[in-house]
Design a binder for this molecule. Structure first.
Ligand code: 1HE
Length: 242
């Protein structure tokens, strides 16, 4: 399934309607979908929170607003399918928070990343403090917010903001190629990678290793795994790297 952020006049800045819309798409995704690709229509992926809608909010309203973002982006990260983000232009503030909730990021060479919240006198509220340090480390995120540092596309790929770097306008082609591969994986593999692995990473060593064993035991007993293992043993499956 292809999901386009479609507010190009506002550089795909997120008003509440757009945030909720993204969450809703993932909540109601049909079972027939095997992988999703999210991209920005226009010159940029997303300019983040729509600053014109930042009203006076008391602390409780602010909490609800941030938790609304969390719910929507949790639907992206922990929905039914792996999600690939195609990045170009600005991937900024809440735009980076959405990108970080996706499982794979393909960046075109026009991409640039920033967390301007520090410069705007606010703090991230859409999950960046949890997800971005997992990609680039605490020190780099702290620097981005303290200094307004902007990472260019090639630097972003080097430090882990994106897994793939491609030429301008080639992001969708690469994403569709990856989506094809991912869609052919065993369902249990995709589930384990998108739902269980993040919980293993967030848990202690003993609990993590136990969750790994349980997942491995369940996965290897699935008929689909047996078919795939036999296909390799009979020389009918691709070798690594083919
Ligand atoms: C916006 C927004 C926005 C553009 N909210 N209206 N995000 C930021 O601090 C980023 C602010 N935006 C920018 O720095 C630039 O717009 C861009 C580098 C992203 C793009 O530049 P450019 O030259 O292509 O576009 P532009 O001319 O700056 O913007 C075009 C229009 O979009 C213009 O409106 P217009 O009515 O004058 O045509 C801009 O005002 C509008 N626009 N970005 C509202 N962000 C869960 S918490 C997350 C907290 C955050 O995300 S904070 C980061 C906010």
């Amino acid at each position: 399934m292809l999901i386009g952020l479609n507010r190009p006049d506002k550089r795909n800045a997120f008003n509440d309607e757009l945030v909720k819309g993204v969450g809703q798409v993932f909540l109601t995704m049909p079972d027939t979908v095997k992988c999703a690709v999210i991209y920005g229509i226009g010159k940029h992926f997303s300019a983040g929170l729509d600053l014109s809608e930042l009203q006076e909010r008391d602390a409780v309203q602010g909490l609800h607003h941030s938790r609304m973002w969390h719910n929507a982006l949790n639907n992206v990260q922990f929905g039914k399918v792996p999600v690939i983000a195609v990045l170009h232009g600005a991937v900024v503030g809440g735009g980076l928070e959405l990108a970080a909730a996706c499982h794979i990021r393909v960046a075109e060479n026009t991409t640039f990343y920033a967390l301007p919240e520090g410069q705007r006198g606010i703090f991230v509220g859409g999950g960046a403090s949890v997800r971005v340090p997992k990609l680039i480390g605490l020190a780099r995120m702290t620097d981005m917010m303290l200094t307004g540092r902007v990472y260019k596309a090639d630097e972003g790929e080097r430090i882990g903001l994106a897994q793939y770097l491609v030429e301008e306008s080639k992001g969708m082609e690469k994403a569709l190629e990856l989506a094809h591969t991912i869609s052919n994986n065993a369902g249990m593999t995709n589930y384990a990678l998108t739902h269980i692995l993040p919980k293993i990473v967030d848990s202690g060593q003993d609990q993590g290793l136990m969750m790994e064993s349980l997942t491995a035991a369940i996965a290897q007993n699935a008929p689909e795994a047996k078919e795939r293992l036999n296909a390799f043993l009979e020389g009918k499956a691709k070798k690594v790297g083919e």
